[in-house]
Design a protein around this ligand. Structure first.
Ligand code: HPA
Length: 273
């Protein structure tokens, strides 16, 4: 595994002008964001050694690296999910590669269902914490890396400093921003009303099928993490509406330009570390 990580990182390094300090992962319908990068390269996942290839509708499967808001970053358009059949190690492989390239920040955006009854479709939510209900942990198995902790502390997965910057930038742009707890489920089936009630009861504000595994590995690699989700549908157990992937992609796409403005401003204001 470590050899594969290094091999992929070396392949990418030879194509980079600068070493990126920021790694970004965007999901369903949020490719608009990475189109703004003035890129050193844009590579389909198939062309990157050891990379799995993305199978989901709305996910382009491209890795781009270059400049955005004056910062060097590397960004994945489209991520891998456990529900596609990938192992937890495959799903989080790109995070390890980006960490090997030297990133300090891991920024993530994805779609999520709203559980907090105050939320509305199209809202943005900064993740302040998560619950891993995927039934697996991506750190299971031999501990990767000489200095990485076997039992990483998880009391502050999402950087409070980055949450503060995100809130400030949202206010500057006049964008309503929520914050809350995200619960990561395996999927791909959506939640029943009973499951939805349970997820709300255990303290989650939003539910989705991504982000959590990558965040755990991000902590393991010592990265500063910020995640913002788009609430694409509302899951209220007593009045469940049907949710379709088309709706999820549609709401994500509509949110794309504003979310891109927000990310660009956040990225431009990240302290150099
Ligand atoms: N449930 C799980 N994942 C999701 C949802 C949802 O309602 N919406 C977008 N991703």
């Amino acid at each position: 595994m470590l050899e594969k990580i290094r091999e992929t990182a070396d392949f990418l390094k030879s194509r980079l002008n600068d070493s990126p300090t920021i790694g970004m992962i965007t999901g369903t319908g949020l490719g608009a964001l990475t189109e703004r990068i003035s890129a050193d390269f844009r590579l389909p996942y198939e062309e990157i050694p050891n990379f799995p290839s993305s199978t989901v509708e709305g996910h382009k499967g491209m890795l781009a690296a270059g400049k955005l808001a004056g910062k060097s970053l590397i960004a994945m358009e489209g991520r891998f999910h456990l529900y596609e059949g990938y192992s937890p190690q495959e799903v989080t492989f790109p995070v390890r590669v980006m960490a090997e390239l030297g990133i300090k920040y891991l920024l993530m955006s994805s779609a999520a269902g709203g559980l907090n009854p105050q939320f509305e479709r199209g809202d943005f939510m900064i993740m302040t914490d998560h619950i891993n209900l995927k039934g697996v942990n991506p750190l299971r198995g031999p501990n990767l890396g000489e200095s990485a902790p076997r039992f990483p502390d998880m009391t502050q997965v999402y950087s409070p400093d980055l949450v503060r910057i995100a809130k400030e930038k949202a206010i500057e742009l006049g964008v309503l921003i929520r914050q809350g707890v995200y619960v990561g489920v395996l999927g791909p089936s959506l939640e029943t009303p009973a499951e939805t009630r349970f997820l709300r009861m255990i303290g989650a504000d939003a539910v989705g099928m991504s982000t959590v595994s990558q965040a755990i590995v991000g902590v393991h690699c010592g990265l500063e993490i910020l995640a913002i989700v788009v609430i694409t549908n509302l899951n209220l157990p007593d009045c469940m509406g049907k949710t379709s992937i088309e709706d999820v992609i549609d709401v994500s796409r509509q949110a794309g330009p504003v979310l891109s403005d927000l990310w660009e401003r956040i990225i431009g204001n990240l302290p150099d570390i």
